[in-house]
Each structure stands twice: as structure tokens, then as C-alpha cells.
Ligand binder design. Structure first.
Ligand code: C2E
Ligand code: MG
Ligand code: MG
Ligand code: MG
Length: 293
């Protein structure tokens, strides 16, 4: 990921080959990078990758997470780690987030029309959630797609919601619309228990660092088990992130996890590939062909 790749500079004045380090996108020439990112949003260079969330026990796909990618004309397919920080710093996250919410709602509506309704999860950053038009954007996107608000899940992290009355108000307004809030990367923040109690959270997503250690680290298994039990007592749904093996899946199901997500089922894929995977998941689940989860 930190590989140094060659690319031709975009603007005519600098039409020479130079070395590109992804880190540069965050540090070097922020003004130009911001312009490039905004042009990418307007010019359709952003795409969504979709990753299924499957129910424990029967493996049926109940939801899908939208993950943004930048199909850069010279640098290849860039992941969020390579441009989100810049987008956040420059405010380009707002139009970027607008694209993500609109497209995710439209795609989810299409899957529902094809006979495969799944909830769609979108990630929202601190800047997005503090933006005065975010709730309106969600309302408009749902209406434009004719999507049920309960089919949209907004994923937030603990750090995002910590100590921000503005963000808390946004979450309340979203929940009033019927949208579901998920707490992402749970367990990695500072105020896990307070957050769960004070915010209108419906789903807890257990961070993949715990899932990674669930087979080898007794502590990780204990943490996962405790989170699941606490979530259930609070009436919250649970999702394990980053499930890569059947062995991990087995342990997670044994401790009572509600749903699972990870490379084991499908790595984030283009909409069309996910669509095909979804149709196959539904076919196999209706014929009882699905192997446990
Ligand atoms: P996240 O929301 O926690 O998303 C899960 C990340 O874990 C994704 O990385 C996904 O590709 C990766 N992943 C999924 N299954 C596995 C697995 O089995 N093993 C491993 N090792 N990794 C797995 P990705 O797509 O690079 O996204 C990174 C982060 O960027 C996301 O973490 C999210 O916080 C942020 N992000 C992605 N899309 C958006 C977006 O549209 N808006 C905002 N604001 N943030 C986004
Ligand atoms: Mg997420
Ligand atoms: Mg996560
Ligand atoms: Mg994450």
C-alpha cells in the first residue's frame, strides 16, 4: 500500500512522469489534491464496493456495506485509507459523502426491486455528521430511491460521536426518520459503555482486531463474548467484522453473534459482482443449500 508507483502528472503543465507515494496525497500539495478529489467526485471517478453482512446460523445475506473507492485515472483503484483523510481535511468529504449516500440508496432500491431486499450500510465521518444538510441529504436520497428508511444504516465510530452535541442531534434526527445507527469498529474507542447508553444505537459492529484474535487470544474471545452479551441485554444487534475463516465464524456463532461480515463471505466487490453473489446467496438459502453461515 505504501508502494511507490509511477504515474504521469495530470495537469498539462507538469506532464512528466514522477514518483507517487500515496502519503503524498495527504501531505503534499493539498490544494491540488483537493481540486483533483473534487473533480473526481464530479467526474464520476468514485465508485462503491459492496460487502455482504450475513446472518449467523443460516448465512442469509441481510445487509450490505458500501465502501468508497477512487478509480483514479493514473494511480489505479485507491482505497479510503489513501484519500479519506484528505477529503476530511479539505471538506471534499461532503460531496463525496453525498455521492455515497445517493448511490447506496439507489443500488439498495434496485436490489429490492430485483426481489432481494437488503439493508444498506453507509459510513459517515465526523464532518459529514456535523454538516447541517446531512439529515436532509439522507431524507432526499431515501425519497429519490423510494427506499424504506429502515433499510438504511448509518455507521459511525465512537471517536466521531464523542462529546459532540451536534452529531448527537444528527443521530437523533436520523433515528426519527426511521434510519438505523450502527457503532463501527466497536471496542477500539474510549467510551464504549457510555456511548451505547447515551446514543440511539441499534447495531454494534465488533472491530476486526478482536475477531482476528478470537481463536488464539483468550482475552479477545472474552471481549467478544462480553460485548455480545452486553449488546443483547441492551437490545442491540451485533455484527462481527473481518471474519476470514470458518473457525472464527464457529467461535463467533457459539458466543451468540447476530451477523457476520468478512472476506470469508465476500471481499468488497463492485455492485454487479455483489448483485450476482446476492442472487446466488438467495437461491442457495431458499434451497437450503447454504452451508452454515
Ligand atoms: P470500516 O467501515 O470498518 O470497513 C471495513 C473495512 O474492513 C473495509 O476496508 C473492508 O474492506 C475491510 N474488510 C472487510 N472484511 C475484511 C476481512 O475479512 N479482513 C480484513 N483484513 N479486512 C476486511 P476499506 O474498504 O479499506 O475501508 C476502510 C475504512 O474507510 C472503513 O472502515 C470506513 O471507516 C472508511 N470508509 C469506507 N468507505 C467510506 C465512505 O463512503 N465514507 C466514509 N466516511 N468512510 C468510509
Ligand atoms: Mg463501516
Ligand atoms: Mg468497521
Ligand atoms: Mg474500520
Amino acid at each position: 500500500q505504501a508502494d511507490v508507483a509511477m504515474y504521469a502528472a495530470k495537469s498539462a503543465g507538469k506532464n512528466r512522469v514522477q514518483f507517487f507515494d500515496p502519503a503524498m496525497l495527504q501531505l503534499d500539495d493539498a490544494v491540488e489534491a483537493e481540486a483533483e478529489l473534487r473533480a473526481a467526485v464530479d467526474g464520476g471517478e468514485l465508485v462503491l464496493a459492496y460487502q455482504p453482512v450475513v446472518a449467523a446460523g443460516d448465512g442469509r445475506c441481510t445487509a450490505v456495506e458500501a465502501l468508497v473507492r477512487w478509480a483514479h485515472p493514473f494511480r489505479g483503484l485507491l482505497g479510503p485509507d489513501q484519500f479519506l483523510a484528505l477529503a476530511e481535511e479539505t471538506g471534499a468529504i461532503v460531496p463525496l459523502g453525498e455521492f455515497v449516500v445517493r448511490r447506496a440508496c439507489a443500488d439498495a432500491a434496485r436490489w429490492a426491486q430485483e426481489g432481494h431486499p437488503v439493508a444498506v450500510h453507509v459510513n459517515a465521518s465526523p464532518t459529514q455528521l456535523a454538516h447541517p444538510r446531512f439529515v436532509e441529504l439522507v431524507r432526499e436520497s431515501l425519497a429519490a430511491a423510494d427506499l424504506d428508511p429502515g433499510q438504511l444504516v448509518v455507521e459511525v465510530t465512537e471517536t466521531t460521536v464523542l462529546d459532540s452535541p451536534v452529531v448527537a442531534a444528527t443521530l437523533d434526527a436520523l433515528v426519527a426518520l426511521g434510519v438505523v445507527i450502527a457503532l463501527d469498529d466497536f471496542g477500539t474507542g474510549y467510551s464504549a459503555l457510555t456511548t451505547l447508553r447515551s446514543l440511539p444505537i441499534g447495531i454494534v459492529k465488533i472491530d476486526r482486531s478482536f475477531v482476528a484474535g478470537v481463536l488464539t487470544q483468550a482475552a479477545d474471545q472474552a471481549v467478544v463474548e462480553a460485548i455480545v452479551q452486553m449488546a443483547h441485554r441492551l437490545g442491540l444487534e451485533t455484527v462481527a467484522e473481518g471474519v476470514e475463516s470458518v473457525e472464527q465464524q464457529d467461535v463467533l456463532e457459539r458466543v451468540g453473534i447476530g451477523s457476520l461480515q468478512g472476506y470469508l463471505y465476500l471481499p468488497p466487490a463492485p455492485a454487479e459482482a455483489f448483485s450476482a453473489w446476492l442472487a446466488d446467496n438467495r437461491r442457495r438459502s431458499s434451497t437450503g443449500e447454504l452451508t452454515p453461515a
